[in-house]
Design a protein around this ligand. Structure first.
Ligand code: TYD
Length: 241
């Protein structure tokens, strides 16, 4: 008889689901809803955010949002975001995925492409270089799904101001810069479009990330009832589970 092999089944790797968008689009609210909906459906998950998803990252977040002596140069700022991300990937995200938990994230790599790449006026060539160092920072980890919550920057900023939050350096930069970042997010999504989504979905597609792996991208209109958005998010997430 062959020796008995111990077959301890590894849990199925969890899914990485990321909410993206400019400030004020309701990412945090929707990430909380999704965490609740996943749990309710019996799927173990964690929710986290960037920047500042680890204890070390909290120090970096403070340096980023409240720069000590004027604003960071775009590339210096980028490296701080990437240091924060690498810590987060290695100490929080990957271990959870490997335990079989789904990870719901408030921002990830596409924020850096949109905010620093487009908002920070990097050239096309520099944006290509940025994609490479994003892969370096994440050890090649790409999301299973990115949900981009989209709305005009002026309206999103008005929401941020209404909640009395416009204190950080990022939020003080105003509507024109945020509109540029919004267009960056949309162009990342649009460039990869494979077809129209259904209902309120403005588009749903797979994209080749800088690393050559595929990420599904769903763009949702953020300027509608949060319950409607919640339902659309669930429609996009459910097939992955
Ligand atoms: P966030 O935590 O989403 O803001 P808040 O909790 O105040 O709503 O992010 C802080 C800021 O950092 C936000 O304006 C977006 C910016 N950011 C970048 O510029 N690049 C990045 O890679 C990330 C993750 C965030």
């Amino acid at each position: 008889m062959p020796p008995q092999t111990q077959t301890r089944r590894r849990p199925r790797r969890g899914r990485l689901i990321v909410f993206e968008g400019i400030d004020g689009t309701g990412k945090t609210t929707q990430a909380k809803f999704l965490e609740r909906d996943l749990r309710r459906a019996g799927h173990p998950c964690i929710r986290s955010h960037e920047p500042g998803g680890t204890k070390r990252g909290a120090v970096l977040r403070d340096l980023l949002l409240h720069p000590p002596r004027g604003r960071w140069r775009t590339k210096s700022e980028t490296f701080l975001f990437l240091a924060d991300r690498h810590e987060h990937v290695q100490s929080v995200i990957l271990p959870a995925l490997e335990r079989g938990q789904h990870v719901v994230l408030d921002r990830f790599t596409h924020s850096t492409l949109a905010f620093q790449g487009y908002g920070g006026d990097l050239t096309l060539r520099e944006r290509g270089e940025l994609s490479l160092i994003l892969k370096f920072a994440t050890d090649g980890l790409v999301p299973d799904l990115v949900i981009l919550l989209d709305m005009p920057a002026r309206d999103a900023l008005a929401r941020v101001r209404r909640r009395g939050d416009a204190r950080t350096d990022f939020e003080k930069r105003g509507a024109p810069r945020n509109e540029k970042i919004r267009r960056g997010f949309l162009s990342i999504a649009r460039g990869q479009k494979k077809g129209q989504g259904r209902g309120q979905n403005r588009g749903q597609n797979s994209r080749q990330s800088g690393s050559g792996e595929k990420t599904r991208f769903v763009v949702l209109d953020a300027d509608q009832d949060e319950k409607v958005i919640r339902a659309r998010v669930w429609e996009a997430v459910a097939p992955l589970l």
